[in-house]
Write a protein that binds this ligand. Structure first.
Ligand SMILES: Nc1nc2c(ncn2[C@@H]2O[C@H](COP(=O)(O)OP(=O)(O)OP(=O)(O)O)[C@@H](O)[C@H]2O)c(=O)[nH]1
Ligand SMILES: [Zn+2]
Length: 350
């Protein structure tokens, strides 16, 4: 097996964002979101290329039953009926049109030729911040990558400590910022080391990026208040670490999170919005945070969280969580339903 090429996934992500076709394993794929009718005609002159979507999207379109939708990001292939032109394929891919222009079919699902490569393609779409939907054909491709290249892009063990500097912040003047990077990914994660080690396990907060909450003070979620309260709680405890993970939108990226918000405007909750778009409810990998803690020499932590998946994710990656401390803040009329959904549907303990 060849070593993964550090540039391969980055080149493929770039190609997908420009609407160019790529090949993964035995599959040749054109992304639905960024293609157009002309590119599709060049890629698939006989209009026979089936459309790859995920099972959550397929369940939303009533193409598969609910049991399969329990794993919302599994690959499903839709046969290319003659009426599925480029706009119809876009409607297959994009949940925002579901209520206004419901698709009636008829649709037929067919066997996915290479499930592993198809799942890798859906994963790459998520990493690229695109809708998880592709035409599968035989046209010319811009890049060819392997599943190992995609794995390397997400491999936390490839993360290294890049630099560190003093960074006094409001509520914690004795703070240092440490930045981490990997050869593959452009997402530079950071940690704030707050206070001085005192022989006890650090109080740790894993915070996933939320542009809307962290920067604009969005009231739809609790991220901004949680971020600032965590810094203060860590300082008050003596010392600890705030890990800031570049996992916007629970790992689906900013644009897809805003698509989920548009679906929430239509009445769907945060869980159903992700599924209707074709993503897992939570696409984050907390192994990245474990790797950062390991590079900082910390294998035992006290964790500030309401989310059992964060505890399990750290433990699975070899960090022992000696204590979980709840991190709930007052609700407001805009985020009450979101927080209730996290309690009722994703097991958050408040
Ligand atoms: N996809 C999606 N992501 C969201 C939504 N609302 C907030 N987020 C993202 O969710 C992440 C915030 O999660 P965290 O603050 O880590 O919260 P948590 O997983 O609930 O866990 P704790 O706060 O530790 O209990 C950020 O990446 C936000 O951008 C939403 O409606 N849809
Ligand atoms: Zn948020």
């Amino acid at each position: 097996m060849n070593e993964p090429d550090p540039r391969a996934a980055a080149r493929a992500i770039d190609a997908l964002r420009r609407g160019w076709a790529i090949a993964i394993g035995g599959l040749t794929l054109l992304p639905v979101e960024t293609a157009d009718a002309t590119r599709l005609a060049a890629f698939d002159p006989h209009a026979v290329a089936p459309v790859l979507i995920s099972s959550g999207r397929a369940a939303t379109l009533k193409l598969v039953n609910q049991i399969e939708a329990a794993e919302p990001d599994a690959p499903v292939l839709v046969d290319r009926a003659p009426w599925i032109d480029f706009p119809a394929a876009t409607a297959l891919a994009d949940a925002q049109f579901d209520l206004a222009t419901p698709l009636k079919g008829p649709f037929r699902t067919i066997a996915v030729p290479d499930r592993t490569a198809a799942a890798a393609a859906l994963r790459l779409a998520r990493i690229a911040g695109l809708l998880p939907a592709f035409f599968i054909g035989a046209g010319p491709v811009e890049d060819t990558i392997t599943i190992a290249d995609i794995d390397a892009h997400e491999d936390a063990t490839r993360l290294t400590l890049a630099t560190r500097a003093r960074l006094p912040v409001a509520g914690a003047e004795d703070t240092e910022i440490v930045a981490f990077r990997s050869p593959e990914s452009a997402d530079d994660h950071v940690a704030l080391l707050i206070g001085q080690p005192n022989g006890t396990p650090p109080l740790v907060r894993l915070h996933s990026e939320c542009l809307t909450g962290d920067v604009f003070g969005s009231l739809k979620c609790d991220c901004g208040p949680q971020l600032h309260a965590a810094i203060r709680a860590i300082r008050a405890s003596g010392w600890g670490i705030l890990i800031y993970l570049r996992q916007e939108g629970r790992g689906i990226g900013l644009v897809n999170k805003l698509r989920a918000y548009a679906l929430q405007d239509q009445g769907f909750d945060t869980v159903d919005a992700n599924i209707r778009l074709g993503f897992a409810v939570d696409a984050r990998d907390f192994g990245v945070a474990a790797r950062m803690l390991e590079l900082l020499g910390q294998r035992r932590v006290r964790l500030l969280t309401n989310n059992p998946a964060k505890v399990a994710g750290l433990e699975a990656a070899g960090v022992s969580v000696v204590e979980r401390i709840a991190h709930a803040l007052p609700t407001n009329p805009h985020n009450a339903r979101y927080l209730a959904t996290k309690r009722d549907r994703t097991g958050h303990q408040l």
